[in-house]
Design a protein around this ligand. Structure first.
Ligand code: CTP
Length: 319
């Protein structure tokens, strides 16, 4: 069965669209890329056999109560107690329930975005997904401003907001959340032990300041299901990166998925240096084999999917 999906996904993408009028057939963009709608549908269906993004994007309130014990997804021996604060912020229903979009942008954080001029194009999509609270205002021309769904690994709180220990870090963080308005803030809180203090601090601030951001916390099965899907397709990823997770989720509710800022390489195609992140000085040590991700393998897979029209990977300037 896995072989079958693999061959359909990675090799044979020459399906013909049937039962469509000429007006329905997607037109190629300026660079000749065209969405392959039947492949998009097939991938959505295949992924649904492993996970349902509508459901797995977040644990909902009714499924837990304060005091419940959760085993961390990637370290089952350790546990977390569901606090009242966390419970209050669990959504009543999935934030993606019945959401459907014609086009979505998934924005990775590669330095390749610098000088890309892609901001306007990114913002023109119907739904924009961004990773790890990356800054926008100072880079708006290249990355845009719109965000409908933003991920935040708990480690960002320590690395970028000083663990929210002092007042100025807390204010900076609150300002960043205010800029999200009422979009979704997606916090993978149940992956590994270590970030729980930060998650609790974030949750308390959101409640105390009455921030309108809509919190979501991925289901306990999400990461294994996503890994399972890619493994079945012969893509051996130890732990999918946030960007790959977001693409996988987006297949459920987006007809056309455009990826920006995916470039896990220190040089561009001309040999010029590329920063790991467009906004800070983090280095490529994250790509050693000891790191959790296999972004270059993920990239290769995404590139193949691009060439088959399953998604559009933008790696060149937008203007
Ligand atoms: N990314 C990329 N190339 C880079 C940097 C990031 O392709 N040079 C993509 C990856 O899919 C990554 C996503 O953009 O998951 C978001 O970037 P980042 O916030 O840096 O994610 P990481 O913290 O590196 O990894 P993760 O959150 O997935 O653990």
């Amino acid at each position: 069965d896995g072989e079958l999906i693999a061959s359909r996904l990675m090799v044979n993408s020459s399906e013909k669209s049937v039962g469509r009028s000429v007006a329905d057939v997607p037109q190629p963009s300026a660079d000749g890329w065209r969405v392959n709608s039947s492949l998009v549908l097939m991938i959505r269906k295949d992924i649904l056999r492993f996970l349902d993004a509508e459901r797995d994007v977040s644990v909902v309130k009714s499924s837990l109560k304060p005091g419940d014990t959760i085993h961390y997804v990637l370290d089952r021996r350790r546990t977390l107690n569901v606090s009242h604060t966390l419970h209050k912020l669990l959504p009543e229903v999935s934030p993606l329930k019945n959401r459907r979009f014609k086009t979505c942008a998934v924005v990775g954080n590669s330095g390749l975005l610098l000088g890309s001029g892609c901001g306007q194009e990114i913002d023109s999509h119907d739904f924009v997904i961004r990773c790890n609270l990356a800054p926008l205002v100072e880079f708006a021309g290249d990355v845009g401003l719109r965000s409908d769904f933003t991920t935040m690994n708990p480690s960002v709180i320590q690395r970028v907001y000083g663990g929210l220990h002092n007042a100025s870090d807390r204010e900076r963080f609150v300002e960043r959340l205010r800029a999200l308005n009422d979009s979704v803030l997606w916090i993978p809180a149940f992956m590994v032990k270590g970030g729980e203090k930060h998650v609790e601090g974030v949750n308390e601030l959101i409640l105390k300041r009455g921030l309108s951001v809509r919190t979501a916390y991925p289901s306990l099965r999400l990461i294994h299901a996503v890994r399972g899907y890619w493994l079945t397709n012969k893509i051996h990823i130890k732990r999918p990166s946030t960007g790959l997770l977001m693409y996988t989720l987006a297949t459920r509710f987006c007809d056309e998925i455009h990826l920006y800022g995916f470039w896990p390489f220190p040089k561009d195609s001309q040999g010029n240096p590329v920063k790991y992140h467009y906004y800070d000085t983090l280095k490529y040590r994250y790509f050693s084999n000891a790191g959790p991700h296999r972004m270059p393998l993920e990239f290769k897979t995404l590139k193949t999917l691009h060439s088959k029209g399953a998604l559009k990977l933008t790696t060149l300037p937008c203007m």
